[in-house]
Design a protein around this ligand. Structure first.
Ligand code: FES
Ligand SMILES: [Fe+2]
Length: 284
């Protein structure tokens, strides 16, 4: 379901289910401002892409200022209906498993700005009561598994937020491209050996690739959230952004998933038939 078509729903109550057991608490400092962390919380789309080791799919059912609600698939075939609700005043949110794997567990996350560039987080993992007779250490093991999982998820989120900040700053500094720029890249044989290769053109990074013998350049910054495209595998002339899975045609720069986005216009790659030298020329 497209994000824009979603109707905001009334806020959910943020009351914890009284029978849940606290399995673990995870605390850390995130190297990103709290506004970026909140942006990440609402970004349901990244789960099966950035965190593909933990999530296989997500189907959004509804979303609004209160949070979001969707069906999440996990590697191996299990699934859960998850509702993430935000208490803006208390600076916290809860991810509730409404049905499926882990129901009716709750994960409570508290955010606190610790500096202009950092945010403290506290994550509490509350799980359903264990069957009678279950050894105490089972709860500890579940807690350990959550701590390990969340350390990895937050590492990936932190890296994405930091890369997004760098990419946003670069965009502001660079401004409009110079349409007269020409960049020489030397002999075509030597260049082919270095492919794929990221080069700077008019202040922006582009990656040179060989598609069935043709040299092409494409922008390495995703037009959605500035995700990194420089390491994407090119398959049948298409690349897939690692942050949210948006797809682009390398030759045209246009969306191949009907999203109607477009990569930054890439320079033309020209090979001089007389000298065999390659140069990038502005295509505007
Ligand atoms: S940054 Fe979202 S799909 Fe690329
Ligand atoms: Fe995440």
């Amino acid at each position: 379901m497209p994000k824009d078509a979603l109707t905001p729903q009334p806020p959910r109550s943020l009351t914890r289910h009284p029978e849940l057991l606290e399995a673990a608490v995870y605390e850390r400092e995130i190297g990103a401002p709290i506004a970026r962390v909140w942006e990440n919380v609402f970004d349901w789309e990244h789960l099966p892409w950035l965190h593909d080791q933990a999530f296989e799919s997500i189907e959004l059912l509804e979303a609004g200022e209160w949070g979001w609600h969707g069906d999440v698939g996990f590697p191996g075939g299990a699934s859960s209906e998850i509702e993430l609700s935000v208490d803006h005043e208390a600076s916290c949110y809860v991810a509730r498993t409404r049905s499926g794997l882990g129901a009716p567990g709750e994960i409570w996350t508290y955010l606190k700005s610790s500096s202009e560039d950092t945010t403290s987080i506290r994550v509490e993992f509350w799980v359903p009561p264990l069957p009678e007779g279950t050894a105490d250490e089972v709860l500890g093991k579940i807690g350990e598994a959550y701590l390990k999982l969340y350390a990895g998820l937050w590492d990936q989120d932190e890296e994405m937020m930091q890369q997004r900040i760098v990419a946003s700053d670069r965009r502001v500094e660079t401004g409009a491209a110079d349409s007269g720029e020409i960049v020489s890249l030397g002999a075509v044989e030597a260049l082919r050996e270095k492919l794929p290769l990221v080069v700077d053109f008019a202040g922006h990074p582009f990656r040179l690739v060989d598609i069935e013998g043709e040299l092409l350049a494409h922008a390495t910054e995703c037009p959605h959230w500035l995700g990194p495209l420089e390491s994407c595998e090119v398959k049948r002339g298409e690349i897939i952004c690692p942050w949210h899975g948006y797809r682009f045609d390398v030759a045209t720069g246009g969306s191949t998933d009907e999203r109607r986005l477009r990569l930054r216009r890439a320079p033309r790659v020209e090979v001089d038939p007389a000298t065999g030298n390659v140069r990038l020329v502005s295509s505007t």
